[in-house]
Design a protein around this ligand. Structure first.
Ligand code: MN
Length: 424
């Protein structure tokens, strides 16, 4: 039992029961304010605990950390590289400091002023330097839907799909944080009725609802992470929007898979929710039939029950909830993804991002992309302001939210929000 996850804990900070950031969560991120340069923080209710300030106040002195300035950093990578025992020790200590019976910060005005920052006064930054980025394709319903639309309605799943977590290597340089603009990409497209392709802004800009995990431990080339070791290699999770241009994708994807229709941007939520904080929300996965090969078998509950929502907000107008999905719909879990990723001896680095692939369920209101929601544009959606969408317009904002909930404890990710701007 991880003590920081105890549902009976309460903080001396007032936290709304609908907050994503109760004392049981304590996600890590990078923030700055007018007077604080970028540094590590932990989200708690409407506040951020400044970990560098906490270290400067001597409140981490009893921990095994050799260098408390590790928190004074523009990315989480150096901290993540310290390994799971240190992530745990710091999260447990933060939990103790924020508990209602602990006076160390609570009863010292000067320390409180130094350590607590109002979230509304802070800028949240991309929390990690993304080392490598893999995008899996692990939702059965999404893979089936795309197969129905892009390929063969008779046989939508390719023969390999139920035997391995299919994925591709994506682009790390264009991963941005919530709040950053997404510019409509240009590229080559070819309509079926024309002989030649043309070049211009995409007409089929889309989002993909995903979650991604961040690797916390490097491996050597040639070594292999087993499914039962994978938990020790996972630091935490973020919401992930894998922005996509479907018309570019359709024309370019054969034979080598996604390329420029995907690499123009992906966005992540700013707070990294640790795998430790999500342990209470484990659920069994689906029956995998046919049986998977031995290196992909696993024991225990390795799927997660995280509610996911997507809202589309047109410029200056009311938003519409267009999708409600859940990570428990995924066919392949993170442990299987990591075992498959390393099965050929490919090395892991600290700060790799492994995205799930679009997470769709079986009902149309659980579809995790416009491609599926509007069935390739054939069933446009109507927004509260009366306008319709097949794909995304300039000025539209996509808002993703995610939270797990049990025993009245809600562990969430906050928001992932990005607005679409015209081609630069
Ligand atoms: Mn994707």
């Amino acid at each position: 039992m991880i003590r920081a996850n105890d549902p009976h804990l309460h903080s001396w900070i007032q936290i709304s029961p609908t907050s994503d950031f109760p004392i049981q969560n304590l996600p890590f991120g990078i923030f700055s304010t007018a007077t604080r340069d970028p540094r590590m923080g932990v989200a708690i209710g409407e506040y951020i605990l400044d970990l560098y300030a906490v270290a400067q106040e001597g409140l981490f002195d009893l921990l095994s950390l050799e260098d408390p300035t590790i928190f004074h950093t523009p990315t989480l990578n150096p901290f993540i590289a310290l390994g799971k025992p240190v992530w745990r020790e710091v999260r447990e200590r933060v939990s103790v400091l924020l508990r209602n019976d602990n006076p160390e910060i609570r009863d010292n005005d000067a320390v409180m002023k130094a350590c607590l920052v109002k979230k509304q006064e802070a800028t949240l930054h991309l929390p990690i330097k993304v080392a490598n980025y893999t995008d899996f394709y692990s939702s059965l319903d999404h893979a089936t839907n795309v197969g129905l639309m892009f390929r063969n309605p008779e046989n939508p799943l390719l023969p390999n799909w139920k035997h391995m977590p299919v994925g591709y290597h994506g682009r790390a340089s264009s991963i941005v944080v919530s709040g950053q603009p997404v510019f409509r990409p240009q590229g080559q497209t070819k309509a079926p009725e024309t002989a030649l392709p043309s070049f211009g802004p995409t007409n089929e800009l889309d989002f993909e609802l995903e979650v991604a995990f961040i690797s916390g431990r490097a491996t050597d080339m040639g070594s292999f992470v087993m499914t039962d070791e994978a938990d020790d290699y996972i630091f935490g999770l973020v919401l992930f929007n894998d922005w996509s241009a479907r018309d570019l994708q359709r024309w370019e994807h054969m034979p080598l898979g996604p390329f420029l229709g995907k690499s123009f941007a992906s966005s992540i939520s700013p707070w990294v929710v640790t795998l430790d904080a999500l342990e209470p929300f484990r659920v069994p996965g689906p029956d995998q039939d046919p049986k998977v090969l031995p290196y992909l078998t696993y024991d225990g509950h390795k799927h997660l029950d995280i509610n996911l929502k997507v809202y589309l907000q047109p410029a200056e107008d009311e938003s519409l909830l267009i999708c409600q999905s859940n990570t428990k719909y995924l066919y392949w879990n993170m442990n299987q993804q990591l075992a498959h990723q390393t099965s050929n001896g490919c090395n892991l680095e600290v700060g790799d991002l492994y995205a799930s692939g679009t997470i769709s369920g079986s009902d149309p209101d659980t579809y995790g992309s416009m491609l599926e929601v509007t069935w390739q544009g054939s069933k446009p959606i109507t927004l509260p302001n009366g306008t319709t969408r097949q794909f995304l317009n300039d000025g539209d904002t996509i808002i993703m939210k995610g939270y797990a909930e049990r025993n009245s404890i809600r562990v969430g990710f906050g928001e992932l929000r990005n607005k679409v701007f015209p081609t630069l």
